[in-house]
Design a protein around this ligand. Structure first.
Ligand SMILES: NC(=O)c1ccc[n+]([C@@H]2O[C@H](COP(=O)([O-])OP(=O)(O)OC[C@H]3O[C@@H](n4cnc5c(N)ncnc54)[C@H](O)[C@@H]3O)[C@@H](O)[C@H]2O)c1
Length: 254
């Protein structure tokens, strides 16, 4: 590893598993101090693995949909490492009870919007004043290729992930003056345990009608997406803001 994040502190939500976990491990290996935030106590294992490898990490337990919990998490993180340079809003995911609007329950809609959209607003709201007072930073949101492809019957999730594309652009415009870059990643299929299980579920499997052999780069690992996040977190991407990087091997394009 080459120290691409040396001297930086990264606050990563959803760090107990999947893409968030892969980002936490990679960012730490590249020299970042990592705040591994998750509702799942498995975040402690990630922090321990980083420390065991000689890195610096702290697990912070929080439900990122809860205002008070988010405020506490950032207070703990700042007390430990100072203001964050990077916020990777990774907590989220689609659910089995999501559906097309004519079958979508209001409770499911509310739940998905809380986890996939409200959490991003709350964590960004907590991080931005800290970054501003510290000379700037990089915020990385997680959209999805499904926001760009109208065949999926998971309309609550698509609403949240589409909103994140617009919110990313709007936040980038508003906070550029504070030297904060804001970008998003729209992955294709990154085979976290959750994503692998979701591929077989009743509200996804029937819509996977394309031929996977036409999209050899559409499926990958959480580490593949963590590499994109690393680029956006590092100063190598210092001219890039307001963008959604679609890492889906063309799935949403042809
Ligand atoms: N894996 C993919 O193929 C894929 C594709 C497109 C977008 N995404 C997005 O990438 C992100 C990560 O996906 P993943 O596949 O790694 O998921 P994952 O389920 O492996 O990890 C998500 C993590 O978020 C945590 N989390 C969930 N709700 C939380 C809450 N309220 N507070 C704190 N933590 C919470 C979970 O405990 C879990 O550790 C999600 O936003 C997802 O929508 C993933």
């Amino acid at each position: 590893m080459t120290g691409r994040l040396r001297g930086k502190t990264a606050f990563i939500t959803g760090a107990a598993s999947g893409i968030g976990r892969a980002s936490a491990l990679l960012f730490a290996a590249e020299g970042a101090r990592v705040v591994a935030c998750d509702i799942n106590a498995g975040g402690e294992d990630v922090a321990q693995a980083i420390r065991k490898a000689g890195g610096d990490a702290e697990f912070v337990h929080a439900d990122v949909t809860d205002e008070q919990a988010v405020a506490r998490a950032f207070a703990v993180a700042t007390g430990r490492y100072g203001p964050p340079d990077v916020l990777h809003n990774c907590a989220g995911g689609s659910t089995d009870d999501d559906a097309a609007v004519d079958e979508l329950s209001a409770d499911t809609l509310d739940h998905v919007l809380r986890v996939d959209l409200r959490s991003v607003v709350l964590c960004s709201r907590a991080a931005i004043p800290l970054m501003t007072g510290h000379g700037g930073g990089s915020i990385i949101n997680m959209s999805s290729f499904v926001a760009f492809r109208g065949v999926f019957n998971i309309h609550a999730y698509i609403s949240a992930k589409g909103a994140l594309v617009s919110l990313t652009r709007a936040m980038a415009g508003r906070y550029a003056r504070d030297r904060i870059r804001v970008n998003a990643i729209a992955p294709g299929i990154a085979l976290s345990d959750r994503a692998a299980a979701r591929m077989a579920s009743g509200n996804i499997a029937p819509t996977l009608t394309f031929r996977f052999e036409d999209y050899p780069f559409a499926t990958g690992s959480p580490e593949d997406i963590a590499n994109v996040a690393l680029f956006l977190a590092s100063d190598e991407s210092r001219m890039i803001s307001a963008q959604t990087i679609v890492a889906d091997g063309g799935l949403s394009s042809y």
